[in-house]
Design a protein around this ligand. Structure first.
Ligand code: FA5
Length: 337
């Protein structure tokens, strides 16, 4: 072992240190040159095998070289940018962080529940456009040109050169679309969004309806009552139901259906406005004029239709007092369903 060998080691180490690109390289160089069983320490360890007169010189040179390499390593370390991707150690046995689960919106849950009941009763689901011709939304349903529902104050109209176009105000125009394309027997339910210029604690400018339509040769008001009773008893177990005469331009006779107030049980409260009853849907026997508008002969066919507000049902089922809660996207509210 000569001074030249030590000098050679020093030169190589300095060259490698100067070319190190990161702290990991530096760490490897340090181990290679200064590690316990590596180059310089190996020389120091073997000094005892040298002739006695050479030992002090080689020993001093080896120690000096070691110090110089250490200094060079420190200097280069300061030049290099701090390592950015220092990975923390990972404990693979740790349980994972809690991931919040998404859930189905209460209105969608309610719609699905409603549709499920009608599927079991043999109805098919169909959908229609939310942007609709006023001829389908109003005229074909026998809603005359001077009807207040057609007013700009009640309905969102859309500019269109093809004719009068609007955001549908109910799901009933889908009755027209289906009857124009299909011959009876028909048994459909239509879930979907509808739009009106309404906004207070029980009315929203966008809300959801489920429409029902059944057309066949022999259909009676008793069939309508039977289907709606079966439906309401599925959703509100054991609740008392009443049918009240009403008016819709597209059904004759027409009814509104009430259930016993789910909040006070019928004694009268703020929600049922002291009446003990809550209106839940509109329904009736399809008006012969509507059949004529879609090309059916009213002598051949009879039918019933109904339309219910999904938010209304959801409010009554869960005892919620403000419809706007459904659309504010506050997770503290939505997480409860
Ligand atoms: C209709 O929309 C008729 N098309 C229903 C119908 C269909 C009758 C077939 C006969 C045959 P009405 O305007 O009453 O009817 O609305 C039906 C339900 O929608 C109401 O009972 C109410 O629950 C709900 N509703 C009406 N306006 C709003 C609103 N702005 N926000 C939330 N729910 C509403």
């Amino acid at each position: 072992m000569t001074e030249d060998e030590i000098e050679e080691i020093k030169k190589k180490a300095i060259f490698e240190i100067a070319n190190a690109l990161n702290r990991k390289d530096l760490e490897e160089i340090k181990i290679e040159y200064l590690g316990r069983k590596k180059r310089l320490n190996e020389i120091i360890r073997r000094i005892k095998d040298l002739p006695i007169d050479k030992r002090p010189l080689i020993g001093q040179l080896a120690n000096k070289t070691k110090r110089e390499i250490e200094e060079q390593l420190k200097r280069r370390e300061k030049e290099l940018p701090p390592s950015r991707y220092k990975l923390p150690s990972i404990d693979v046995t740790m349980p994972p962080a809690h991931l919040p689960y998404g859930r189905i919106h209460p209105i969608t849950q309610m719609s699905n529940q409603i549709i499920d009941v009608f599927i079991r009763l043999g109805f098919e689901i169909v959908e229609g456009p939310e942007v609709e011709y006023s001829s389908y939304n109003f005229d074909a349903l026998n809603i005359l040109p001077d009807h207040p529902a057609r007013d700009m104050h009640d309905t969102f109209y859309i500019e269109d050169s093809e004719g009068e176009v609007l955001l549908r105000t109910h799901t009933s125009p889908v009755q027209i679309r289906i009857m124009k394309e299909h011959k009876p027997p028909l048994r459909i339910v239509v879930p979907g969004k509808v739009y009106r210029r309404d906004a207070d604690i029980s009315h929203s400018p966008m809300f959801h309806q489920v429409e029902g339509l059944l057309v066949d040769n022999e259909v009676s008001f008793a069939d309508l009552k039977g289907v709606l009773n079966a439906f309401l008893h599925e959703i509100f177990k054991g609740v008392e139901v009443r049918f009240r005469p009403s008016f819709f331009p597209f059904t004759e006779p027409s009814v509104e259906v009430d259930i016993r107030c789910t909040v006070c049980g019928g004694t009268g409260c703020r929600v049922c406005k002291g009446t003990g009853w809550l209106e839940i849907l509109g329904a009736g026997m399809v008006d012969p004029e509507v059949f004529k508008n879609v090309g059916y002969d009213p002598e051949d066919y009879l039918g019933f239709a109904f339309g219910l507000g999904v938010e209304r049902l959801c409010i009554l089922k869960h005892g919620i007092d403000d419809i706007r809660l459904f659309f504010e996207n506050d997770l503290r509210f939505l997480d409860q369903f």
